[in-house]
Design a protein around this ligand. Sequence first.
Ligand code: HEM
Length: 450
Amino acid sequence: MNSTGQSPVQGNHWLTGNARQMWNRPHLFPAELAWQNGGLARFRMLHKYLYAVTSAEYARQILVTNHDRYERSFQYKTGRIVIGDGLLSTDGPEWLKRRREMLPAFKAHTMRQLVEAAGAATEDAMRRWQTIDEETGSVPIVAEIQRLALIIIGKTLLSTEIDDGHAADFGHAVRETLYLVRQRNTSLIRLPMWLPSSANDRIHKTRQVLDEFLVPHIENRRMQPDKDVKSDILDLLAHSRDKESGSKLDDQALLDETKTLFVSGFETTATALSWTLYLLSRHPEIAARWHRECAQVLKGRLPTSDDLELLTFTKQIIQEALRLYPPVYNMARECVTDDTLGSVRIRKGSVLLISIYGIHHAEAYWPQPEKFDPDRFAPERSLPANAYYPFALGKHVCIGAQFAMTEMITILGIIGSRLRICAADPQPVGIRAQITLAPDQEILLRMRAL
Ligand code: HEM
């Protein structure tokens, strides 16, 4: 036991500390360490000490009860290099003002448009999948769901059709962003951005791809007459005003926020849906209940917003997939005023890594945590307190949570009413944790019309 009352940390290198373990297993290393040490454990990465947290009680204290003692850590600020000063890379009063300006874009009107856009895009995608299946014997669902999620976000955010060329470039740029930000956060030496290096060049190129795609959309909106307002998310943001200060988002802010929504919304939702389909393809008895519900509620037609509330088991399946595979598996916070977690004094400047993966997989909260059991979320069952938050908790709770759930229930409802899916390859698929908790290989599915 050391001074924080924890067992010595395995594999601690004299220079890099546990940086290698964090790079290789960023979802499991902090989770296992904290499980072994009562929900809170300290470790070192390079010159920085971090705390891993898997106690639901401590996580609540950091994110809710004592949230004013914590801020987003430097890891989020690195994201500014690509996505600018958007909602995901800021904190404090600057963030609060932005959050108030952004909220009106996520109201009921957007959700209705989303259901319509997701319905049409999913019908198209399913036709494509059946052709791919007939021609090649399986459907690469991770790539296909990413393409679908991009088309849907392009439609709801910008009223634009993202073609295959753009989808490939843009999807690649978003993944590069997430990868490069993580690489920069864990590297020994962080070169200033003006210095030429291959990593810096890649960061600049990624930013350029995103900007070149989005800037013309923003310029067009600024020039369009009021009668042509499309009331997609970009229009709602362009016309939104902060109720307190009356301020509007300027062009740079609009660009940063649209980039933020693309980067934070597309990969997370696509990953969650891919895992959900993976789980369904391996649990035929749960898939049978899913098909029954979708057939009963939708009767072969596309869903409306009202139908989504009736797809209760479909929603439970997604909730359980988000528990097992939370796309955002760690959240980092920096302590800005000393605090105490249990008996451990947390000094100003400490970085805390709240392991969502660790909390979602802790036996103390979830009996048989590795079992896929959507009935955990049945309306009549109560959930363990504060032990489930794929969309975070407290003031930074995901602004797109309802958007993501609406999109996923719509897509899954349509697939469940039209297609039977099964695994083309029985081998289990592992996890490749980068910024989201992605599958480590393509998930190949077979699809048959019901
Ligand atoms: C399954 C899908 C999603 C998951 C699991 C997810 C998860 C999360 C989590 C855990 C956070 C908190 C991050 C932190 O503070 O450390 C977050 C924040 C955020 N998410 Fe999501 N998200 C999803 C989908 C979306 C979508 C679809 C959008 C937008 C269209 C979106 C936009 C954002 C934004 C802008 C923030 C920052 C909010 C703030 O700090 O005020 N997310 N998300």
